[in-house]
Design a protein around this ligand. Structure first.
Ligand SMILES: [Zn+2]
Length: 188
């Protein structure tokens, strides 16, 4: 029997929420894990470095395109809030310390793509989040290595997760999405 269990990070106080979703504590791994029969993507919020693919149908619409002039200032607030360090791995880039990444949530019923917040990411974490783009840019091996390290995963975990991520991406790319940018108020 395949006993692959995927490690997730459950912050203190969030144990009950994770368990309700189906996570179990693995004493041997000293960590909460996703049971083998469950999709890893259900535990997105508990993955240290998750991959979030924006639906292809909405690639033209983003904060940058909506707020052309203000984007530079918005970004600066985002960097400053994070202390110019990556909010995922704590690292910084060589050429520039961090980049600004849009974190979205999706209401699949209503077709709303909602901006949750902006986060500062080092270039490598940022490339990992835009996995599809990293692949076409020839950076797949580099980002794979980074994701495995950040999530303390085995290759099998990442392969299973990627399959799920791309399935959801294909599904969401079949429709139009309305943007909800209310969260930007915190950055102006
Ligand atoms: Zn990083």
């Amino acid at each position: 029997m395949n006993k692959t269990r995927t490690r997730i990070h459950v912050p203190i106080g969030q144990e009950e929420k994770a368990e309700k979703l189906g996570a179990i504590y693995d004493g041997r791994m000293k960590s909460y894990v996703v049971p083998q029969h469950m999709p890893i993507i259900l535990f997105q919020e508990f993955i240290p470095l998750p991959i979030e693919l924006v639906p292809a149908s909405n690639w033209e619409n983003n904060v940058r395109s909506e707020f052309k002039e203000e984007w530079r200032d918005i970004r600066r607030v985002c960097y400053r809030k994070a202390g110019y360090r990556c909010e995922k791995c704590g690292g910084v880039g060589e050429d520039h310390p961090v980049e600004c990444h849009e974190e979205w949530s999706y209401d699949d019923q209503k077709g709303i793509q909602k901006l949750e917040r902006l986060i500062a990411l080092c270039p490598l974490c940022h490339k990992s989040q835009h996995y599809g783009y990293a692949v076409i840019s020839g950076l797949e091996q580099e980002v794979r290595k980074h994701i495995l390290k950040q999530n303390r995963w085995k290759k099998e975990d990442l392969d299973k997760y990627l399959e799920e991520v791309f399935l959801v991406f294909e599904h969401r790319s079949r429709r139009e999405w309305k943007l909800d940018l209310e969260a930007l108020q915190d950055y102006r």
